[in-house]
Design a binder for this molecule. Structure first.
Ligand code: ADP
Length: 446
């Protein structure tokens, strides 16, 4: 096992990783920008190193500073969390060259899945169902038109290097294909410095359902059921739940086994999430995330597995601590992403938290990186905490969620708590009938 893990992240996820390390008896090193000197992840770590000024590219994305921090502190492994360098194949490779363990998959697997075109081809080869679309990149409008006409409109143009919903454009008819193609290309170029795009059938009313997997890197892999992340705004997840209210046991088992089989063939190592759109009973692969996800706690609540602890164990070369037969999905869990944002127009609301009273009681988990008196810096994403609720049934879970939201008090800044208070009272949410467009339509109506 490792002696000391450097956590190359901030906020709630840095704390989440620290907790797993502490339980395993591993010392932790926090890194921080000058803007984060007072952050909770710095206060709770065994050691901390300042790695640069506030902009992420100069601190949390600064690979030389991170490697130096490992060398100064003698850390023998790095956990990247999510976001920042978690899916940067070069970072994983550089750590390997310095004999520091990257807690994650091989750099090769990160690279394959980071290119959406290659990821899709790999998924297809491994027997995973994919969204119909172009064979690889489309280079000209003529080619795009042929693909779109064969498939039928509407189509979606997506960036090969995509992420965070950028470089994605819908073309509803032949008339707007040219513009959609050009806009997607220039957005992709600006965001990722790579203007390669491909085309997919645009699914009209799918749900977003993703499968959590774990591999040991030697050909064993286990799936831990699904998460339904259909409640999205601008392609960003807002609320997640497990299990999905839209799946029956047979569908769950079938897609879970398909994904686990694929990961065995790939000899995948560590935690991964295979994301699908689900429509009319069919699954369509969209991408794979080769890291821990923000919404991992809902899976932890219904399986009892500690995903971060498992990541560390696997990275240390230990076998998976569970087999497929050990994994039993029990009860229901829902996560609400609490952001420092105006709950109506979603404008960021940085500033000082003057009062902080998180909810408690049975089945209530709050993963957060803030405290009363903490000043939220304006430089990073607005997620300040996650409220995760467990209940024996979906109904129990929703009842408890309503109760927990009524207890949660955060003063000094605006948060998205009122949005969730509204959502848990909506009949469609209560019935579990929503697709990926539901939230935006609902917000538009208000
Ligand atoms: P990113 O990596 O930028 O987040 P994804 O491929 O994961 O991109 O897609 C993000 C979201 O965009 C999905 O959750 C879904 O809401 C929407 N989306 C992606 N592909 C399609 C498609 N073919 N049809 C309809 N919606 C899609």
């Amino acid at each position: 096992m490792f002696d000391k893990v450097l956590i190359a992240n901030r906020g709630e996820i840095a704390l989440r990783i620290q907790r797993a390390c502490r339980e395993l008896g591993i010392a932790t090193v926090a890194v921080h920008s000058t803007a984060d000197a007072d952050a909770m992840h710095v206060r709770l770590a065994d050691e901390s190193v300042c790695i640069g000024p506030p902009p992420a590219r100069d601190s949390y994305l600064n690979i030389p500073a991170l490697v130096t921090a490992c060398e100064i502190t003698g850390a023998d492994a790095v956990h990247p969390g999510y976001g920042f360098l978690s899916e940067n194949a070069r970072f994983a490779e550089i750590l390997e060259e310095h004999k520091i363990t990257f807690i994650g998959p091989t750099s090769e697997h990160i690279r394959i899945m980071g290119d959406k075109i290659e990821a899709k081809e790999t998924a297809k080869r491994l027997g995973i169902p994919v969204v119909p679309g172009s064979n690889g990149a489309v280079t000209s409008e003529t080619e795009a038109m042929k693909v779109a006409k064969d498939m039928g409109f509407p189509v979606l143009i997506k960036a090969a290097a995509g992420g965070g919903g950028r470089g994605m454009k819908v073309a509803t008819s032949a008339a707007d294909l040219g513009t959609a193609l050009a806009t997607a290309r220039s957005e992709a170029k600006a965001a990722f410095n790579d203007d390669a795009v491909y085309i997919e059938k645009y699914l009209q009313k799918p749900r977003h359902i993703e499968i959590q997997v774990f591999g040991d890197g030697k050909g064993n892999a286990v799936h831990l059921g699904e998460r339904d992340c259909s409640l999205q705004r601008r392609h960003q997840k807002v609320l997640e739940e497990s299990p999905s209210p839209a799946l029956n046991a047979a569908q769950r088992q079938k897609i879970g086994n398909t994904v686990a089989d694929a990961m065995r063939k790939l000899k995948y190592r560590g935690a991964g999430t295979v994301e699908f759109l689900f429509e009319d009973g069919e699954f369509y692969f969209i991408e794979m995330n080769t890291r821990l996800q923000v919404e991992h706690p809902v899976t932890e609540m219904v399986t009892g597995a500690d995903l971060v602890l498992e990541q560390i164990r696997v990275a240390a070369g230990l076998p998976l601590s569970f087999t497929q037969d050990d994994i039993e999905l029990k009860g229901h869990a829902i996560e609400c992403r609490i952001c420092a944002e105006n709950p109506r127009d979603f404008r960021p609301s940085p500033g000082q938290i003057t009062y902080w009273h998180p909810p408690g009681g049975l089945g209530v988990r709050v993963d957060s990186g803030v405290y009363q008196g903490y000043r939220i810096p304006p430089y990073y994403d607005s997620l300040i905490g996650k409220l995760i609720i467990y209940g024996k049934t979906r109904n129990d879970c929703l009842m408890r969620l309503r109760r927990a939201l009524s207890e949660f008090v955060i003063d000094g800044i605006e948060t998205t708590i009122p949005l969730f208070q509204d959502l848990v009272r909506d009949p469609d949410i209560a019935d579990g009938v929503y697709d990926i467009h539901w939230l935006e339509k609902h917000l538009g109506m208000k």
